[in-house]
Design a protein around this ligand. Sequence first.
Ligand SMILES: NC(=O)c1ccc[n+]([C@@H]2O[C@H](COP(=O)([O-])OP(=O)(O)OC[C@H]3O[C@@H](n4cnc5c(N)ncnc54)[C@H](O)[C@@H]3O)[C@@H](O)[C@H]2O)c1
Ligand SMILES: [Zn+2]
Ligand SMILES: [Zn+2]
Length: 399
Amino acid sequence: MTRETPETPEIPAPSAHRSGPPAPSLPPSPSSPPSASLSPAVVFDPESGLGSREVALRAAGPGEVEIEVRAAGVCHSDLHIVTGDWPTDRPLVLGHEAAGVVTGVGAGVASVRPGDHVVLSWFAPCRRCRKCVAGAAWLCTGTKAVGNTLPDGGTPFTDAQGGAVWPYLGLGAFTNRLVVPETAAVKVPEELPFGIGALLGCSITTGIGAVMNTARVRPGESAVVIGTGGVGLSVVMGLRLVGADPVVAVDLSLERLAVAERFGATHTLDGAGTDVAAWCREELGGADFAFEAIGSPAVIETLPAMLTPGGAAVLVGMAPSGATGSFDLFDLADQGKRILGCNYGSSIGEIDIPKLARLYLAGRLPLDDLIGATRPLSEARAAFEDLRSNTGVRTVLEP
Ligand SMILES: NC(=O)c1ccc[n+]([C@@H]2O[C@H](COP(=O)([O-])OP(=O)(O)OC[C@H]3O[C@@H](n4cnc5c(N)ncnc54)[C@H](O)[C@@H]3O)[C@@H](O)[C@H]2O)c1
Ligand SMILES: [Zn+2]
Ligand SMILES: [Zn+2]
């Protein structure tokens, strides 16, 4: 039985749906029968919008890992699906920022075993393409995760009628249990709290990676961060970690700016009432780095004007599909300014996630302060509202 509960009724389905990647023709359950039990999952359906649905999970096949989800953060990349910024043509179990415990492994799995604590990677690399072989897993061209399937093109989830429900970014973490490829399950120390582990799965690794890997900021270099949600605050934390100075945080929410100060921002600016580019030129002579962590084309277009000659704009926020922007092209070339794309903080999950976990456990990163509310999965509606209204910092769901 498919059950559409009153969960999140006020979040409407997007009004128009361009087709996403074509739906795979493979059957949803290629290797193992679904387990008899159904679990509630937070599902976005392009027909009916956001709701709760009971789903069954098949067992882990070769190269796959079954995980019990213990915590899952609500990231703006989930909201981009709900708002229609990133259209989907099929129902998705949302949730891609999560941590849990391994409950089963399929044939050939060597890196984790039952009982291990893991952080989930939403960009499970194929380990075979040229980018993976060259050590740039964040650029993998063979991953199927971005098409919202497992590597075989299928899904481990079915609804009560046997219909396929697809795993957002190859995970689908807003439910109790899931099955992922081995490369999506990164072992972490057992003393790491699951809520912190969840955020290491996306916002923290993306934000700190943007500083350390994408931009390679050095001590004493200046940076401005526009948008201080879960991702932008992680950028601020990363900037303090590497010794950047000054660090200027910009947001529309004064509450967020207060948190940014605690995380290491030396200056905060209200984005609604400030010409940030003019401020950067007058006060800094231009910033060495300008990080955008919103996904707003209008804000992204303003980044180059914030930079000192040779400076770099780092695009961390993800714009709606198909969005374009314009820049002063003479200024870019004449002043040697650079624009850097940033997927997943240019991170390698197996290396960067345990590294950041160790830094947290050593007291070098105040990650506890990133977690705002912790809510049960049944309060997903309220958690999305927290995100839309900038309430608290990051809301974590616990199944
Ligand atoms: N590059 C990646 O791999 C990657 C990974 C995760 C998330 N993202 C993207 O990063 C973006 C941010 O994600 P998040 O979860 O931190 O979102 P969030 O909603 O928690 O934070 C966004 C912040 O931007 C602020 N903001 C909005 N408009 C603004 C404006 N005009 N000026 C200043 N501030 C403004 C909001 O007040 C909010 O604090 C999203 O687009 C998300 O999809 C990218
Ligand atoms: Zn995310
Ligand atoms: Zn690859």
